[in-house]
Design a protein. Structure first.
Length: 113
């Protein structure tokens, strides 16, 4: 009887740990998806072409979302303004990253670092 109780407790613990891990992974995927959307909107808000990839766009969007949320929360603003602030912050981050990409020398382009 003691073995069955230990086995049952082990299964319950594994299920709880599994649910937490799956929840964290899904939350990270959700943040990446929202970051990609906000980063893409930020790139659309900027004039011209930004020479950055999808990963940098997503990271800029995630950073913009977090910073925009902190700013909007501190200013006690609503959801729409939080979204707009997140896009604005992400646009600034995209512009900074794109400017850094333009200045970085590429292999074989003839420039010296």
């Amino acid at each position: 009887m003691g073995f069955l109780l230990i086995l049952l407790l082990a299964v319950i613990v594994l299920l709880v740990i599994g649910a937490v891990v799956v929840g964290v992974v899904l939350k990270l995927l959700w943040w990446a998806l929202i970051g990609l959307v906000i980063g893409a909107l930020a790139r659309l808000a900027l004039p011209g072409r930004q020479p950055i990839g999808a990963l940098a766009t997503s990271a800029s969007g995630i950073a913009g979302s977090l910073l925009g949320g902190i700013i909007a929360h501190a200013a006690d603003l609503g959801g729409l303004l939080q979204f707009l602030i997140a896009i604005g912050v992400a646009a600034v981050i995209v512009a900074v990253v794109a400017r850094g990409e333009q200045r970085a020398p590429r292999a074989g382009d003839g420039r010296v670092a």
